[in-house]
Each structure stands twice: as structure tokens, then as C-alpha cells.
Design a binder for this molecule. Structure first.
Ligand code: WTA
Length: 573
């Protein structure tokens, strides 16, 4: 069975020659693929699911799901019916209509995917919330987006402070034995009688699709809104970068709480009509290799931290599994170090392909392609249709090998449409209304390969997850013993960076290891486990500008043992 499947997937890359495709590509070339090119009406859920059923692929397996208790397989027709039922329940019981923000706060399960398509079929905007978020993180996001409905489970229900959220009308719990009330609904109470058909709400290309909250170096997390037309880029990068083809079995390891888990864990594979694998369990090297083997995964998309954890588990372990189905491996989220690529070459006999993009860009921007000569350590070259450049502070383009800010020419299909309720923030991303400024520093070599150098701002990438120092600092200072806190990313061999907090205590409190642990747990339980500082260092005072802003740059210099510069000349900002 395995060998048959492996042979069935044609190994010739979808993009046979990068240079010629890049030269001639127009986004319009892809439009024929979509039903809206004929009807003028958009809906992502239709293009991902219902269309395939209408075209005769209803029995094709769309989703293979496993966690430690459950294993299940769903066809495109199954997902069509399940999402129709969900849409009917959300409309009839919670009055969800076009443009409403409906959040999904669930751990990975098939129902999460059905619910998401149910939301999209109603023309509502889906907001995924990472399952590790605790009350404060959940509240901030629901408040900012004025969410109307949240879909959740029993376990996560008590993290939604319902009475503090005036716009939140209903919470729908998809679980066994739900304690229902006026505004907390039991999904399964309505499930059996829910209609299996649903008339999709047709939308325009600029209508909302998904709202992802992400972090910058200042302020609360911001809501990055993507719209329907993003599907153009999800589809074509699925084809050219992930190299998806008929009969592929694709596994993206990211959680749908983050953009990789939606753009590439949901949209790209299903727009390309492949079988999509979802693993709902906790990471373990054994469970991951087992998943690759068991489902004959052919295309695998993961992240450097995960690869480094697998690498740490040793090469011997890999040989216990038959991974011969895997033909294409990709990585995203942090720098992919050449050492990891070398390890991949040794154990999988495959090159790991790096991809670069951001929540705001919605889809791949700079990548390595199966047909391209790749240079270990480089993020690759721009996706066809994307114009990238390295620019200076004034927006001037820099030449080869000069380091600057990585920028993308405005106007690609999956570009964020706005920052929710914050037009000024949205505008601040662009220079001269021409360039989108990524905040990553990089250079381009003579041959057009891009090389990542670091973040320009204080954003922390820990284990591939993007954490804003401000959100962590705000939580830290809520602790009754903390007077001031400054948070930085400290380089770490496995996680890329870990979160380190410098803390000055209020008068009268003694430093101790127990207090460090108490503060760590406070952030973990109040904000999110992945946002809790792994290291804490107490200081009498923290370095500040004259206006009182903590200078993270100085904290970083302390940490890295670098000169701090002349502190007396630092301007107020
Ligand atoms: C970082 C994740 C180095 C970068 C899709 C970017 C990378 C931030 C790479 C966005 C890569 C992403 N090499 N760094 N291949 N890919 N990054 O919004 O700093 O969670 O700005 O999106 O991740 O993180 P976000």
C-alpha cells in the first residue's frame, strides 16, 4: 500500500523552472481555478470543500485525524455535511450573520475544522484562539474584536469571562455533557435535528475571512484581518511551494491558533484538494514519526524548533520507522540553521526547504522551491507574483549584500486587509504607500537569495511562536510583588529564543527562587504557558528612558554581554 501510494505521486515539481515562472507570472493566471471567476461570488468554505464534492470528489479523504484516544477519517462530503450542520446551528441558535466575529477556542479536533467552515459558510469572520491562552489573553482578544460568539469546549469554558464581555452573546460548547444555560449552549442538543444542507452566504473579494491576533513590540496584540481573496495565494503557494498534487497526503504540524495552522493547515491543502493530516496530541518524537509512517505522509511542513527536538532524540530512532513516503519537507517560523538541514539530509535523505512569511502577509513570501538550487541558511527567493527588496529607513532600495529591512511591494492577494479597530497601526506598516515593512532585517545576495538576520524590533520568536514583550510585561506587573518588568528574547539552542524577564520588586520583598517560580506560574495561569518567562532575573532597578519606558535594548546587552552604549544620550521616545 505504501509503495503504491508513493509511486502514485508524480515527483516532477509543479513549478519546473523558478526563473521562467517568476518572470511571467500574473496573479490573474490562477483565477480560472476558482468558481468566482465565473460567478463573481466568493466563499472560502465553498472553494475548500463543497466545490470538490460537486466536482465528483466527495468520497476523497479530506481529513485524517489522530490523537492519543481517537483516530478518524473524513471525506470532503463528510466535512461539507458537518460544516452545513454547524452553520445551521450557529445561525439558528446564536443568530450569526455575515461579518460577525466568531471565535474558536478549542484544542485540535475534527470538530474545530467543521466549526471553522460553518462560520465561513455564514460569511462570518473566524477568529482562532490558541488553546493555551488563559483568561487575560482570551479577554483582550474578544474585547478588541467585539466577538459575538465563541465556540469552545468544557475544559476551556471557564477562561472566557463572559460577564466582562458585553458584546459576547453566546458561547457554544462542543463537548459531552454540557452544563447549558441561557447563553451557554450545548452544540449536541441541536445537532441531530440540524439540517444537512445550507445555502452558502456569497461574499465579495474584500469581505472578511479570518482574524489572527499577533504581537508587535509595543501595545496589546493586534487583530490582523485577512479577506476572501487571500485564497488566490493560499492556492498557488500550496501548489508551487508545498508542491501539492493529486494523491498527496499533507501534514502541517502548526496549531490553527496561529496563522501557519490556518493558511497552511487548512486553506492551502484543501484548496488543492489533498488529504490533510491533523495530529491532535502532544509533541513526542515517537508520536510524530508514527504519524508520518502511519498516514504515508508525502509533504510535511513543520518548524525549526520541532526539527531540533527531533534531532535531539537521536538518529537511531528514525530508523525504527518507514518514512519512505515523505517526498517534500518544509520549515517556517524561525531561522532554519544549516545544521538542521544537514541532519535532514542524513536521516530523511531529503532537503528541508525554508519558507519565510508572517501573520500580516497571510501566505508565503520568500521560499525555497523543489526545483531550485537552494543555499543552506537562505530563506530562498520571492514567490512568483511577489516583489521583495531590502530597504533603508527612508524607503530606498539597497543593493546586494547590504543589510536593511526586508520589504514587500504592497498589493499581493493575501496581504492583511486592516488591523482591527486600528487604522493607524495598519498604516504604520507601509512606507510611501508602496512598501510593506516586515520588521525583519535581512540582505539579498548577488543571485537574489534572501538571508535572514534578525528582528528589527523586540518581538520574541520562541519555539516558532511569536510573543510580544509588552503583553508579558503587562501581566508581570499585575503580580503584587512586581514593581517593574522588562522582557527580552534570549538565544536558545533548541527553541531559537526563550523568554527572559528582568524584574524589580516592590519595596519590602525579598528575591528568592520560590518567588521566581510564583511569578512564572502567575503568567502561565493568567496569560499563556508559552508566554511565561523561562528565566527570571531580579534587579534593583531597570534601565528606562526619561519618559519612563523600559529599554529592552539595554537588557539585551546585559544578557549578551555587549556594550550598552552611552545611556545618558538616549532620547525620550
Ligand atoms: C519569523 C509565522 C527566519 C520572522 C509564519 C517573522 C522567520 C516572524 C522565518 C513572523 C524564516 C518566519 N526564517 N525567521 N523562515 N519565518 N520567521 O507572524 O521574524 O508568527 O517576522 O508568522 O517569524 O511570525 P508569525
Amino acid at each position: 500500500m505504501r509503495l503504491e501510494l508513493y509511486k502514485a505521486v508524480d515527483k516532477t515539481p509543479n513549478m519546473k523552472d523558478y526563473d521562467s515562472v517568476y518572470e511571467s507570472f500574473q496573479w490573474e493566471d490562477t483565477f480560472d481555478h476558482f468558481s468566482w471567476s465565473k460567478t463573481g461570488q466568493y466563499n472560502m468554505a465553498y472553494e475548500c470543500i463543497d466545490k470538490h464534492v460537486e466536482e465528483g470528489y466527495g468520497e476523497h479523504v479530506a481529513l485524517k485525524y489522530r490523537d492519543k484516544n481517537v483516530e478518524a477519517s473524513y471525506t470532503f462530503k463528510d466535512i461539507m455535511i458537518e460544516s452545513n450542520k454547524a452553520a445551521n446551528i450557529f445561525r439558528n441558535q446564536a443568530d450569526v450573520t455575515k461579518g460577525d466575529r466568531v471565535f474558536i477556542f478549542m484544542n485540535r479536533s475534527p470538530e474545530l475544522y467543521f466549526a471553522l467552515f460553518g462560520i465561513l459558510k455564514l460569511g462570518a469572520i473566524a477568529g482562532p484562539l490558541f488553546e493555551a491562552f488563559m483568561e487575560k489573553a482570551v479577554t483582550d482578544r474578544l474585547e478588541n474584536s467585539e466577538a459575538k460568539v465563541v465556540i469552545t469546549t468544557n475544559e476551556l469554558l471557564n477562561r472566557i469571562p463572559h460577564n466582562k464581555l458585553p458584546n459576547l452573546e453566546k458561547i457554544i460548547v462542543i463537548d459531552d455533557e454540557v452544563n447549558a444555560s441561557n447563553d451557554v449552549l450545548d452544540y449536541y442538543e441541536y445537532y441531530d435535528s440540524a439540517d444537512e444542507t445550507f445555502d452558502i452566504e456569497w461574499l465579495k473579494k474584500d469581505d472578511g475571512l479570518i482574524l489572527h491576533y499577533t504581537s508587535g513590540s509595543t501595545g496589546q496584540p493586534k487583530g490582523v484581518l485577512h479577506v476572501q481573496q487571500a485564497m488566490v495565494q493560499h492556492y498557488i503557494t500550496g501548489k508551487y511551494v508545498l508542491d501539492l498534487k493529486e494523491d498527496d497526503v499533507f501534514w502541517c504540524t502548526a496549531d490553527p491558533g496561529w496563522v501557519t495552522g490556518t493558511s497552511y493547515g487548512i486553506f492551502a491543502p484543501w484548496l488543492n484538494r489533498v488529504t490533510n493530516v491533523v495530529f491532535g496530541g502532544r509533541f513526542s518524537p515517537e508520536a510524530w514519526y508514527e504519524t508520518l509512517e502511519k498516514y504515508d505522509v508525502t509533504v510535511w511542513y513543520s518548524a525549526p524548533t520541532a526539527f531540533r527536538m527531533l534531532m535531539n532524540a537521536g538518529d537511531e530512532l528514525v530508523h525504527h520507522y518507514d518514512l519512505s513516503s515523505v517526498r517534500h519537507i518544509l520549515s517556517v517560523g524561525e531561522p532554519l540553521n544549516p545544521e538542521v538541514i544537514k541532519w535532514g539530509n542524513n536521516v530523511f535523505k531529503k532537503r528541508i526547504h525554508d519558507t519565510w512569511w508572517m501573520t500580516e502577509t497571510g501566505a508565503h513570501m520568500i521560499c525555497n522551491y523543489p526545483s531550485m538550487d537552494i543555499r543552506a541558511g537562505s530563506m530562498g527567493k520571492p514567490v512568483p507574483g511577489i516583489q521583495a527588496a531590502i530597504i533603508d529607513h527612508q524607503g530606498n532600495e539597497l543593493g546586494p549584500n547590504q543589510m536593511g529591512n526586508l520589504a514587500i511591494k504592497k498589493g499581493w492577494p493575501s496581504m492583511m486587509h486592516t488591523i482591527w479597530n486600528n487604522e493607524a497601526k495598519y498604516n504604520s506598516y507601509f512606507v510611501d504607500d508602496t512598501w510593506y515593512i516586515s520588521g525583519d532585517s535581512a540582505y539579498k545576495d548577488e543571485d537574489g537569495y534572501y538571508w535572514f538576520q534578525g528582528r528589527v524590533d523586540d518581538v520574541i520568536m520562541t519555539a516558532g511562536e511569536r510573543v510580544g514583550p509588552f503583553e508579558v510585561e503587562s501581566k508581570l506587573v499585575e503580580h503584587p510583588k512586581v514593581a517593574e518588568a522588562g522582557v527580552i528574547g534570549k538565544p536558545d539552542p533548541i527553541r531559537g529564543e526563550i523568554i527572559k524577564a528582568f524584574i524589580a520588586l516592590r519595596d519590602g520583598y525579598e528575591t528568592s527562587d520560590e518567588l521566581k517560580e510564583e511569578i512564572r506560574v502567575f503568567v502561565k495561569e493568567g496569560l499563556a504557558a508559552h508566554a511565561a518567562p523561562r528565566e527570571i532575573e531580579f534587579k534593583d532597578k531597570l534601565p528606562k528612558t526619561r519618559s519612563g519606558k523600559i529599554m529592552r535594548r539595554v537588557l539585551k546587552s546585559w544578557e549578551l554581554d555587549l556594550p550598552t552604549g552611552d545611556l545618558s544620550t538616549i532620547d525620550d521616545d
